[in-house]
Structure formats: structure tokens, C-alpha cells
Ligand binder design. Structure first.
Ligand code: URA
Length: 237
């Protein structure tokens, strides 16, 4: 029997268990087991051969249906994120705002426009970057995400990182930076430093929405962007 996964167990764990079970049964000569598409996908995932785009789409479906916290009941729609997989860099923001909740796409409002320009400034086309948030549903009135909401959503981000495999993660703003660094410090204390998350480089910087309100911080943000460019070149990403 496949042990029941905890709620929210990630797809690859379940696929891995299913694949292992099917493999064992096959070795035992159990001919009655038919290898349908789901079984083949499970085995492919187990062997690390599955198409990350397909696995991401399956993950997105789970995110869109998620009701792990109250945000899942208040949102118009969840915003899983978008971009290529694999990708050299993943941008992690805070959470969807009004426009994102309406369109289902990340960073499409004024902060998104600034983010696109920031990426262009270091010759990084937005389409080459995977863009997501620490929480996938808009908090009412754009309030800050609560600790329980961040915790409930964290497994989705971890699974995205595993599927997209970015050598570099850019954390935009305090919530993303604290989530990915494990620190409880303010973004002004975390930016300018480098961290690691599961072996991947993490560069925290100011959130573009904050930069729109506090343009005096554009200079340190520009230093961070140049560092991102240098690290991408160094990593060959
Ligand atoms: N839009 C997003 O998708 N994320 C943010 O953090 C802000 C705006």
C-alpha cells in the first residue's frame, strides 16, 4: 500500500512512492498491473526524467485549488507564478495585489512594471526569469501576510524551487528575504549580503513596490541588481 501522504505532500514524493510500488510489483512479475499514463509519469518523476513544465502545471493546479489558509477563501484566484523551467534565476516577491488577483499573473501592476525595468537594466529579459511570491493568494486589502499563511504556502515555494532548479534566487522585500534566509531581520539589514537556500544562492533586495514609495533607496537597489548580474555571469546561468 502507498502510505497516505500528509496533506500537501508534494507531487514528487507521492509520484516517487507510486513509482516505487509499481516497480516492486513489476519485479515480482505482477502482470495485472497496467502501465497507464499516470504510472509512467510517476516512474519518470521517480527517475528524474519528468518534464518540469508538466510537473509545474500539476503543481499550479494544486495551488489554484488550495484552501490551506483563509486567503484561499477570500481571493479571486490564486497566482502560482510564471516563467520557464528550468530557469537561471527565480524572483520571489511577497504576494499578489489587486491586479494579480484579477489576472492570475504575478507582478503585473505598477510594481511589476518597475520589476520588468529593473530586469531590463541588467539585460535580463523577464521571459527568462521564473517569477513567483511567498504567498500565492492576495491578502484582503493588501495587508501583510500572517505567519500561519506564510507557513501554509511555504511548501509550494519549495516545490517550485525544486522543479525550476534556479542557481540564483532573488528575494524581493522583507517577507521573501526572511522566508528564504531564515533570518528575522529587516530587509535593510539583509540586502547587500548573500545567503544560501538548499544550496542555491539567495540575494535579497528591496521590493519594487517599496522602491516606488521610497525612491531614495533606488541607489542601493541598483547595487544589488549589479551584484545579481555579476553572480549570474559567474554561475553561467
Ligand atoms: N505583485 C506580486 O505579484 N507580488 C508582489 O509582491 C507585489 C506585486
Amino acid at each position: 500500500m502507498i502510505p497516505a501522504g500528509p496533506e500537501g505532500a508534494d507531487f514528487q514524493t507521492i509520484a516517487g512512492q507510486l513509482g516505487a510500488l509499481l516497480e516492486r510489483e513489476k519485479r515480482r512479475g505482477r502482470k495485472f498491473l497496467r502501465w497507464g499514463p499516470a504510472g509512467r509519469r510517476a516512474l519518470a518523476a521517480l527517475e528524474g526524467k519528468a518534464d518540469p513544465g508538466l510537473l509545474l502545471e500539476q503543481l499550479n493546479e494544486r495551488i489554484r485549488k488550495c484552501r490551506r489558509c483563509r486567503l484561499g477563501f477570500d481571493r479571486r484566484q490564486a497566482v502560482p507564478g510564471e516563467g520557464p523551467a528550468p530557469a537561471g534565476v527565480m524572483i520571489v516577491g511577497e504576494g499578489p495585489g489587486e491586479e494579480e488577483d484579477q489576472t492570475g499573473q504575478p507582478f503585473v501592476g505598477p510594481a511589476g512594471e518597475l520589476l520588468t525595468r529593473m530586469l531590463q537594466a541588467i539585460e535580463l529579459p523577464r521571459e527568462r526569469v521564473f517569477i513567483t511570491n511567498v504567498i500565492k493568494c492576495r491578502p484582503p486589502e493588501n495587508r501583510n501576510p500572517e505567519p500561519g499563511e506564510l507557513q501554509a504556502c511555504f511548501p509550494f515555494l519549495k516545490e517550485q524551487i525544486r522543479l525550476v532548479r534556479p542557481p540564483l534566487l532573488v528575494a524581493l522585500g522583507g517577507f521573501a528575504a526572511r522566508t528564504l534566509t531564515g533570518s528575522d531581520r529587516k530587509i535593510s539589514e539583509l540586502r547587500g549580503r548573500s545567503f544560501s537556500f538548499e544550496g542555491r544562492l539567495v540575494i535579497p533586495t528591496y521590493h519594487p513596490a517599496y522602491l516606488l514609495r521610497s525612491p531614495e533607496n533606488k541607489r542601493p537597489a541598483w547595487e544589488d541588481l549589479k551584484k545579481i548580474r555579476r553572480e549570474l555571469d559567474r554561475l553561467g546561468a
